[in-house]
Design a protein around this ligand. Sequence first.
Ligand SMILES: Cc1cc2nc3c(=O)[nH]c(=O)nc-3n(C[C@H](O)[C@H](O)[C@H](O)COP(=O)(O)OP(=O)(O)OC[C@H]3O[C@@H](n4cnc5c(N)ncnc54)[C@H](O)[C@@H]3O)c2cc1C
Length: 385
Amino acid sequence: MSDAGSVKHYDVLIIGAGPGGCSTAIALKDAGLRVAMIDKSKFPRDKVCGELMHRKAVETLNTILPGFEQTFKAFPKTLVLKHTQINYKGQLIQFDWKNESYTCPRMDLDNFLLGQVKEHTNTDIFTSTAPDKITVNNDGVTITIKDSPTVYTGKIVIGADGANSVVAKQLTERSINRKHYLGAVRAYYSNVKDTHPDISQVFFSPKYGLNYLWVFPVEGGKVNVGFGLLSQNIADKKINLKDAFYEYFKQSPELSAKFKDAVQEGPLEGFGVPLGSSIGAPSGNCFLLVGDAASLSNPLSGTGIGNAVLSGKLAADQALRCFKTNDFSPSAMLQYDADLQTAIVNDLVKSYNVQRTLSKLPFILDVVFWLGKFEKVKKYIQSMV
Ligand SMILES: Cc1cc2nc3c(=O)[nH]c(=O)nc-3n(C[C@H](O)[C@H](O)[C@H](O)COP(=O)(O)OP(=O)(O)OC[C@H]3O[C@@H](n4cnc5c(N)ncnc54)[C@H](O)[C@@H]3O)c2cc1C
């Protein structure tokens, strides 16, 4: 990095230090490029989330940083989950997965990932630093900073700045499409009955159609509880999501009993989830979008950490191709769009189709649940996931 006055010159500018940004920085560790990562928050910082991490996230990180899985599993804030209990109309099915998943509070997870970037890469990290104007011209990208004379330049900018991405807002025509966006809330609870550190639990309420309330164990004997609704439904039916959250408990005898003596730890907080059923352009002249900035959360489950991490790796691969060919044009970036399509978006479309079908024909859920009680069907489902 060279510093002429208040102008800092880099090759790659990553905006956002969440899972998507950290994955990008780690994947660029051996590229010999000058990389800066800029985040508006002061770390450690929280991110409203269910905090369930599918294996995909850990596998991807282990590919770009061999040994990651071992370090992550040894991290005291990580829980390894092996089972899921699904509660539906007073009945319960337990699935025992061959692939484990994980929970880790985002306050700790994201700080841990940032620690991995610090330890294993030469990335210059700027936190509490909020981009103001992002400009693309013939020489590349220029970013000014709010309340600061400092200017950052780079050949390419990678927007990993989440659901309210400034990179997407300033460099694309993106606007929120309520049919492809969730409003979601979560709170932590302690003293909840019948929870176990390696079991995730989900509850369906008929009142909210195709929708589930999650109860995920997190370290310290607590659980992360939450649910989300399509923003279109929230707007059409004028639903207050926080009221609906507490209503969910009253609707369900199982939840009322389970949470009878529970203590809410901290506030109920909400955040948006941009769904991958409509992703828009994830790249353009001198820029790439990853994770929630590219709208890559799963339309069926609402999960997005795994796709943020995987898209971060794919964005790093694309940045390397750009530097190799010295081509940062929109047409050069199309390879990234194609890679995203194959590795992520095709699956998201399948999830969206399942989501649409179940929303239109909710009785299918009854059939699936009924079938799931048969050991052979259950084993088949378990072998698929
Ligand atoms: C209630 C809820 C529950 C969820 N549950 C799950 C779950 O259980 N499992 C799962 O996999 N996914 C879940 N998700 C989705 C998941 O949180 C996101 O998909 C994931 O965090 C995306 O990672 P990211 O790195 O793209 O963005 P983020 O994690 O949002 O990180 C973005 C980073 O950019 C920074 N930033 C934001 N704006 C700016 C700016 N203007 N300038 C600079 N920096 C900026 C932020 O400080 C942050 O560090 C849930 C989401 C919600 C809202």
